[in-house]
Design a protein around this ligand. Structure first.
Ligand SMILES: [Zn+2]
Length: 75
């Protein structure tokens, strides 16, 4: 039961998001590892608005978090 997709606490997710949004490399709040960022999306949602999601994965504890990027951050 260790290979279930582990999640962070909401507080930790917020911290990661905030860190990422400030331009700093996001680090895992559990072990301090720099997380791997992956962009998801690419416009196949067909809803007419560009919604970009960011997927951050910690290679150490395998926890991941997905959050939406609001427009106007960096383009
Ligand atoms: Zn971790």
């Amino acid at each position: 039961m260790t290979d279930e997709t582990a999640r962070f606490d909401p507080n930790e997710e917020q911290a990661i998001q905030k860190q990422y949004g400030s331009g700093a490399p996001p680090t895992c709040p559990r072990d301090g590892t720099v997380m791997t960022a992956r962009s998801i999306g690419g416009g196949s949602f067909g809803l007419g608005y560009a919604r970009k999601r960011e997927w951050l994965i910690c290679p150490t504890c395998k926890r991941s978090v997905i959050f939406d990027l609001k427009r106007g951050t960096r383009n």
